[in-house]
Write a protein that binds this ligand. Structure first.
Ligand code: GLU
Length: 298
């Protein structure tokens, strides 16, 4: 990757970032995101950062990270160095969690995914409608917030696994105002009303996985001074959680641009298991970076 030109990019220039997770090969959807970030940064006279989102230490590997660098270099996208790796900043995410804990708005949650599922199935068998988040996952049962201090302490001492979750009602009370963000993307635009309550009590930290995506992305965008977040429309609704965390942690909000998704032949979002849209496979077939631009329409 080439170094950025420091003469033309000032300290207060807009800051863009591409933030892939190296848990599979990059595909056409990533190419669209990376190219849009590069084009928008160039147009705005801004900086372009690369962040490796490798909090999932079991699925992210050094080989896949190297493959990200190779694919982006092939596409001709010049990111600044050094590249930020989330696995090198767990302490920072922990500090953010500590601050939220000190505010009294997080709690240890002990139900496993399977236990939540069983509870939801039972409820729905009896005709109830369990609330689901924008991705379709059932919300965490709110009665789990009610454990007594003594019970929490006892369970923390013995639980094999647990997660720290945000008590969404306490968090919203704490903020006490309507939350919005500025959106310039391919879906709804303008001032968007955030709806973090739709996600219920989100996980911020798991005892067996340091930090959650939501916490790490919020902390990192602030730590890197990101002013423009350009990413897929699949993360549009997650922005509600990020806005809430930004206000709770007292950090500024970037401007968001959620771009259209590249869909597979089945009309579904591309996934990393769809080998034929992997940039490496297309490269091996003899496609060029300008073919990729044409394929994703930028
Ligand atoms: N790491 C996320 C992904 O690969 C993107 C996160 C973001 O851009 O906020 O889907």
């Amino acid at each position: 990757m080439t170094e950025p030109s420091r003469q033309t990019v000032g300290q207060d220039a807009p800051v863009f970032r591409f933030a892939p997770s190296p848990n599979g090969r990059l595909h056409l959807g990533h190419a669209l995101s990376a190219l849009l970030n590069a084009d928008m940064a160039e147009k705005a006279g801004g900086r372009l950062l690369l962040r490796i989102e490798d909090i999932d230490l079991t699925r992210c590997t050094p080989e896949l990270e190297q493959a990200v660098f190779d694919d982006l270099a092939w596409l001709g996208i010049p990111f600044e160095k050094p590249v930020r790796r989330q696995s090198e900043h767990f302490l920072l995410y922990r500090e953010a969690l500590d601050r939220l804990q000190a505010m009294g708005i997080v709690y240890p949650a002990f139900l496993t995914r399977g236990e939540v599922k069983a509870r939801v199935s039972e409820y729905e068998r009896e005709g109830g409608i369990w609330p689901r988040d924008p991705d379709g996952a059932p919300l965490y049962p709110t009665e789990e917030r009610m454990l007594s201090e003594a019970e929490r302490t006892a369970r923390l001492a013995t639980a094999e696994r647990y997660a720290w979750r945000l008590d969404i009602d306490k968090a919203l009370n704490f903020v006490g105002k309507r939350l919005t963000w500025q959106e310039t993307g391919d879906g709804a635009r303008g001032e968007i009303e955030a709806d973090p309550a739709a996600w219920g009590d989100v996980v911020l930290w798991r005892s067996d996985a340091p930090s959650s995506y939501h916490l790490a992305v919020t902390v990192d965008d602030a730590a890197q001074g990101v002013s423009h977040v350009v990413r897929g429309l699949d993360l549009f609704h997650a922005t509600s959680v990020h806005r809430l965390l930004q206000v709770l942690l007292g950090v500024p909000a970037p401007i968001y641009h959620h771009h259209r998704l590249i869909l597979g032949p089945d009309g579904r979002k591309l996934s990393k298991s769809l080998g034929d849209t992997a940039l490496a496979a297309l490269r091996a077939e003899g496609r060029t970076p300008s073919d990729i631009r044409a394929m994703v329409g930028v």
